[in-house]
Design a protein around this ligand. Structure first.
Ligand code: ADP
Ligand code: MG
Length: 332
């Protein structure tokens, strides 16, 4: 069934169209991400679901129920904020139990369930600590436990890993995904980090200026981006304009080629292959791969990414020298 539905929803602040005529169905049990650059309307969309904001136009339904007029605490959703919003003067257990206290749940049950939640996020030993005595990753887990204790059917997460360093962020991504699978509830996850959205999500909505450019599974976003914006924002891409497309593909529309699909011409067998003469501008060694910047058509720079396992190409390539690159037509 459908957990959350946007029907032609807009949220305007004076002349700013924070969210602009969005329609969207998010299925129950999905790990759904809202991905886009800063200011593209992701947080506003989440706040509209939570009930902290009201649409200027359009309607939101939560499990089929019209949400207009429903206050946040009567919606089957709960939010994890980027800054965690923990109470500094309460210990971890009280922070987690807080929502149950507001609901009038008795003390024994409250603490039993809070301890269960802390076990679930692997913080069983930390109940008596204050948030200030925890690491960023541990605080993030407390915020998660505090939101999940109310057993929301939908969990809203607004850049929840934004404050963590890269290693911890990657570990938390794995944990969050595992947790979502185990609980089977709907996660709606806001991020500006395409890698994060791609690695965790069943589907991703790509936001740009208050609008949705594409909603698709990660693989489809990567391999069949609907717009130049999506191609560029999701992974690296060499985006070509329509005039060039007319020359190469026989149709006037922009297209993109992923850097890892481009090869030195000699490495691709003849067949349905596009070959372009160019000049090698630069080589960046990145460890597992190297990135080659190649100027084609005397003005456009494309990136070619090659694995470093053999290394022989790099040895032959001369910066400033001529190079012919190629890609399979179906990689366009
Ligand atoms: P994101 O979360 O994708 O960074 P937001 O949803 O926070 O984007 O914001 C989208 C746009 O709406 C931005 O231009 C932002 O400045 C504007 N905006 C958000 N909230 C308000 C507000 N309360 N008042 C005025 N403008 C706002
Ligand atoms: Mg935001």
């Amino acid at each position: 069934s459908i957990a959350v539905q946007f029907h032609n929803v807009s949220r305007h602040y004076d002349s700013v169209r924070a969210v602009d005529a969005i329609s969207l169905d998010i299925a129950e049990g999905e790990f759904f991400s809202m991905l886009g650059p800063s200011g593209s309307g992701k947080t506003t969309s989440l706040r509209l679901i939570a009930g902290f904001e009201q649409p200027s136009h359009g309607a939101i339904r939560i499990f089929g129920q019209e949400a207009a007029g429903l206050p946040p605490n009567l919606r089957a959703v709960n939010t994890v904020f980027q800054d965690y919003a923990l109470f500094p003067h309460m210990n971890v257990l009280d922070n987690v139990a807080y929502g149950l206290m507001l609901k009038g749940v008795g003390k024994d049950e409250r603490y039993r369930r809070a301890e269960e939640m802390l076990e679930m996020v692997k913080l069983g030993q930390y109940g008596t600590r204050r948030p200030a005595a925890l690491s960023g990753g541990q605080r993030q887990r407390v915020a998660l436990a505090r939101a999940l204790i109310l057993q929301p059917r939908v969990l809203l997460l607004d850049e929840p890993l934004g404050a963590l360093d890269l290693k911890l962020r990657e570990a938390m991504q794995t944990e969050l995904k595992a947790l979502q699978r185990r609980l089977g509830i709907t996660f709606i996850y806001v991020t500006h980090d395409q890698g994060e959205a791609m690695s965790m999500s069943d589907r991703v909505a790509v936001f740009n200026k208050g609008r949705i450019e594409q909603v698709a599974a990660p693989q489809q976003l990567y391999n069949q981006p609907a717009t130049a914006f999506v191609a560029d924002f999701v992974g690296a891409a060499n985006v070509f304009d329509g005039e060039l497309a007319a020359t190469l593909a026989g149709q006037r529309q922009p297209f993109a080629v992923r850097p890892e699909r481009i090869r030195p011409a000699g490495q691709l067998a003849d067949g349905d292959v596009v070959r372009v003469a160019g000049k090698l501008l630069d080589i960046q060694y990145l460890g597992a791969v190297s990135r080659y910047e190649v100027e084609v058509f005397g003005q456009k720079v494309v990136s070619m990414v090659l694995p470093n396992e053999h290394g022989q190409f790099e040895a032959q390539a001369a910066i400033g020298g001529a190079i012919t690159v190629a890609w399979p037509r179906q990689a366009m």
